[in-house]
Design a protein. Structure first.
Length: 167
């Protein structure tokens, strides 16, 4: 008889554990915890000025959710937690966008500087090519003038009587 009670008790205990409520494996995370974590991460001095408005609204929704929870209104508290999470996500998106715009601005400045440098270099190369062309033209003119102006050397007279010219 003791064995039957043990088996029944063990079966009852196991079924109670099996039927006990437990979180589903694919259950959505708690919006209250997510909102708190996101607000905590965003609420720093460096970012506060850029995301002040949505961060304030997220904190306000969080405070209202706490008040609703304290009054026993769990439905509205859950909705307000979701609202706080949404506002915190808006603040995060706004911060991400602001940082991306800053990076874009920096890249545009660098690109503009490189473009200016390329134009300066191109102008210098064109000036050097023009100078070289002018120098070649001046050299050609000088050579042609020197050929036409240079007097012809007198023809040497044949030496008579086999004497070698004196030097």
């Amino acid at each position: 008889m003791k064995s039957a009670f043990r088996t029944a008790g063990l079966t009852l205990a196991l079924s109670a554990l099996w039927l006990a409520p437990r979180p589903a494996l694919g259950a959505a995370p708690d919006p209250q915890a997510q909102a708190e974590a996101l607000i905590r991460r965003l609420d720093v001095a460096e970012t506060r000025s850029r995301i002040a408005e949505p961060l304030t609204k997220a904190k306000d929704a969080q405070r209202r959710a706490q008040n609703a929870r304290g009054a026993g209104d769990l439905k509205h508290a859950s909705e307000l937690d979701t609202l706080a999470l949404l506002w915190a996500q808006v603040a995060d998106d706004l911060l991400t966008t602001a940082l991306a715009e800053q990076k874009l601005n920096d890249v545009q400045k660098k690109a503009s500087d490189l473009e200016r440098r390329a134009l300066d270099t191109q102008a210098l190369v064109e000036q050097a090519i023009a100078r070289r062309g002018r120098a070649q033209q001046n050299l050609a003119e000088t050579e042609s003038k020197s050929k036409s102006v240079a007097p012809a050397k007198p023809a040497e007279k044949p030496h008579s009587k086999g004497k070698a010219p004196r030097e």
